[in-house]
Design a protein. Structure first.
Length: 574
C-alpha cells in the first residue's frame, strides 16, 4: 500500500530524516514479521490488564475508605486536592509528552543527526518538571486564597496539601523515563504496569492503614500519606529500570553549536500545551465548579459518584486511548489505521448502547450496595446514575476520537481544534445557564433523592447534575470536530472513511432495545424491593442478558477484528 500520509507538523530536515529512517526500519521489520512498534491490541491488552488488576485489588480498600472517611474529608481530598494535582500534571506534561511520542526512537546512536535529535528531545522531556514547579506555585496560591475557612481549618490541611503537591512534582520528575520506555522500538510496558499498578495499590493500603491508625481526626493527612507513598513507588520503579540515573532527570548537556530544543518539536509542544489548557478546563469544568459552589459534604457525594462512574472508563477506555495514541503516533501511514479507528469508534458506541440499556432498569436495585448510608442523603445516587448513562459513554467516544487528532494533527489543525474547544466552552456556559434557570412549567416532581435516582427522564436537575449535562454538551462539540478531522485525513487515503462504517450493527440496536424493554417491565413489578428472590431474579437476568449482548457484539465484529489483525501484519485485505 502506498504511503499517502506525510508528517506535516515536522518540517525540520533533521526530523524528516529521522522519520524517514524510522519508516524504513518499520517496513523492513514488518516484512520480517517482527514487532518493531507498539501493537495496538497488545498495548491495549496490557494497559487494560494494568487497570483491571489495580482497580479490582483497590476496590475493597476504596470501599473501606468510603466507610472510614466522612463526606467532608473525602470531598476535600478527592475533589479539591486531586483537582490541584491533576491540573499540575496535565498542564505541565501533556502537550510535551504528545509531541515527543510522535517521534520514533533511533535504533542507532552512531548517526550524528540522530544524536543531536535525541539530545534535543531529552532536553525537552525535563521541561515538565520546571513547568510543574511554576504551575504548582500559581495554582496552590490561588487555591489557598479562594478557599473558605471551613476548608482550610480542617486538621493538617496545609501539610496535606503540601504532600499532594510534592507527590505531583515527584511524578513529573520521572517524565523523561516515561518518554524513554514508550519511545523504544518495542515499548517496555511491563515497567509501566508494575509502576502504576503498584502505585495504586500502595496508595490505597497506606491511606486505609493511616485512617485506621490515626483516626478520623487525621483523615486528610492519611489521604496525603497514601498519595506520597504511591508516588515513591512509581519513581523508584522507573529509576530502578534505568539504573538509578537521577542526574539526567534534571539536566541534559547540550551539544555545541546546536539548539537546546528542536524548533519544530518545541513548536508542536507549545501548541499542544496551549490546547491542553483549554481541554483541561473543559474536562474538569464540573469539578472546578463543584469545588466552588457546593458544600464540602456535597463535594464528597459528587466525588463518590465520579469514582464509581469513571471505573469503566479507567479500566477500559483510558488504556485504550493511551495505546491508540502510541500506535497512531508511530504508525500513522500503516494500512491498519483506518480499520482500527472505525473499530474503536464502534466499540465506544456499543458501550453507549450497553449503558443506556442496562443501567436505567438495574440501577435502583444495585445503588444501595454501591453507596454507604452516609452518602445516600447526598446527591451521589442521582449523580452516579447520570454519570453512567450519559457522561461515561460520551467521554469514551471523545477519548478515542481525540487520540487520532492528537497523533495526526498539524500545528494549524491543533489551533483549529483549540477554536472548536473555545466554542464548546461557550456551549458549556449556555447549557449550564439554561439548565439552572428552567421555567417553572418544566419542573416535575424530582424533589426526593429516591425519585431522582429511579426516574428515567431528568427535567429538574440539581446544580451538580446541570454541570455534568453541560460538560456532555461541550464534549459533543469536541467529538464532532474529531470526526470531521478524521474524515478529512482519511479522504487522502484509499479507501477513505465512510461515516456509516462507524455505526454499530443494526441487529445489536434491535437486540438492546428488546433487552431494555424486558428488564424495564421486570423492574417495574418491584419484586426486587420486597424480597431477595426478586432482587436476584432482576439482577441475575440482567447479568445473563449482558453476557449474551457482549457475545453478540463479538460475533458482529469478529470479521472486522480478523481484518484488523491481517492489516497489522501487512496482509492485503480483499
Amino acid at each position: 500500500m502506498q504511503n499517502t500520509t506525510s508528517h506535516p507538523t515536522l518540517p525540520d530536515p533533521l526530523l524528516q530524516n529521522h522519520l524517514l529512517k524510522s519508516d524504513g526500519q518499520l517496513t523492513q521489520q514488518d516484512e520480517s514479521n517482527s514487532t518493531p512498534t507498539s501493537n495496538p491490541l497488545r498495548t491495549a491488552r496490557s494497559l487494560v490488564l494494568l487497570q483491571l488488576l489495580s482497580r479490582l485489588l483497590t476496590f475493597g480498600l476504596n470501599q473501606a475508605l468510603l466507610r472510614l472517611a466522612s463526606p467532608t474529608v473525602f470531598g476535600t481530598a478527592a475533589i479539591q486536592f486531586d483537582l490541584i494535582c491533576s491540573s499540575i500534571l496535565f498542564l505541565s506534561r501533556e502537550g510535551i509528552r504528545n509531541a515527543l511520542l510522535r517521534i520514533k526512537s533511533s535504533t542507532s546512536q552512531k548517526d550524528k543527526e540522530d544524536n543531536v535529535l535525541e539530545t534535543q528531545l531529552q532536553s525537552l522531556s525535563i521541561v515538565p518538571l520546571q513547568l510543574g514547579i511554576a504551575i504548582a506555585t500559581i495554582l496552590s496560591s490561588i487555591y489557598l486564597y479562594t478557599s473558605d475557612e471551613a476548608t482550610t481549618s480542617q486538621s493538617h490541611f496545609h501539610a496535606s496539601l503540601l504532600l499532594y503537591i510534592i507527590a505531583s512534582l515527584m511524578e513529573l520528575s520521572i517524565e523523561p523515563l516515561y518518554i524513554k520506555i514508550h519511545r523504544f522500538q518495542q515499548p517496555k510496558l511491563n515497567v509501566r504496569v508494575q509502576a502504576e499498578g503498584g502505585m495504586a495499590i500502595l496508595r490505597s493500603i497506606v491511606t486505609v492503614s493511616s485512617l485506621i491508625g490515626f483516626g478520623e481526626k487525621n483523615a486528610l493527612l492519611s489521604f496525603a500519606l497514601g498519595q506520597i507513598a504511591g508516588t515513591i513507588w512509581l519513581v523508584t520503579r522507573y529509576l530502578r529500570e534505568f539504573e538509578w540515573d537521577i542526574r539526567t532527570l534534571f539536566w541534559v548537556k547540550s551539544i555545541k553549536d546546536e539548539k537546546r530544543f528542536n524548533p519544530d518539536t518545541l513548536s508542536l509542544a507549545i501548541a499542544n500545551t496551549g490546547q491542553s489548557f483549554i481541554k483541561h478546563i473543559l474536562t474538569e469544568a464540573d469539578r472546578i465548579a463543584v469545588s466552588r459552589i457546593c458544600p464540602l459534604d456535597g463535594q464528597g457525594g459528587y466525588a463518590v459518584a465520579m469514582n464509581y462512574g469513571s471505573l469503566i472508563a479507567r479500566i477500559v477506555f483510558q488504556p485504550l486511548e493511551e495505546s491508540l495514541l502510541l500506535h497512531y503516533s508511530s504508525s500513522l501511514s500503516s494500512p491498519s489505521i483506518l480499520p482500527l479507528y472505525t473499530l474503536t469508534i464502534r466499540l465506544s458506541l456499543y458501550l453507549t448502547l450497553i449503558m443506556r440499556t442496562f443501567v436505567p432498569p438495574l440501577y435502583p436495585a444495585i445503588s444501595p450496595f454501591l453507596l454507604p448510608k452516609q452518602y445516600q442523603s447526598t446527591t451521589a445516587p442521582s449523580i452516579l446514575r447520570l454519570y453512567l448513562t450519559t457522561y461515561i459513554p460520551l467521554m469514551s467516544l471523545n477519548g478515542v476520537s481525540e487520540s487520532f487528532v492528537t497523533s495526526s494533527a498539524s500545528s494549524d489543525e491543533i489551533k483549529k481544534q483549540a477554536r472548536w474547544m473555545i466554542s464548546s466552552s461557550g456551549i458549556f456556559a449556555i447549557t449550564l445557564f439554561l439548565l439552572t434557570h428552567l421555567p417553572e412549567l418544566w419542573i416535575t416532581d424530582n424533589s426526593t433523592e429516591k425519585s431522582r435516582a429511579i426516574g428515567t427522564f431528568l427535567l429538574n436537575p440539581t446544580k451538580e447534575e446541570s454541570l455534568i449535562l453541560a460538560s456532555c454538551s461541550a464534549m459533543l462539540i469536541r467529538i464532532i470536530f474529531s470526526l470531521f478531522h478524521a474524515k478529512k485525513t482519511f479522504d487522502l487515503r484509499k479507501p477513505n472513511l465512510r461515516y456509516r462504517d462507524l455505526l454499530p450493527d443494526l441487529k445489536i440496536f434491535i437486540w438492546t432495545w428488546i433487552v431494555w424493554l424486558s428488564l424495564k417491565l421486570l423492574a417495574n413489578r418491584e419484586r426486587w424491593v420486597s424480597s431477595w428472590k426478586g432482587w436476584i431474579e432482576l439482577v441475575g437476568l440482567g447479568g445473563i442478558l449482558g453476557l449474551i449482548t457482549l457475545g453478540f457484539i463479538f460475533l458482529a465484529e469478529r470479521g472486522k477484528l480478523k481484518d484488523l489483525r491481517n492489516s497489522s501484519k501487512g496482509v492485503k485485505i480483499e
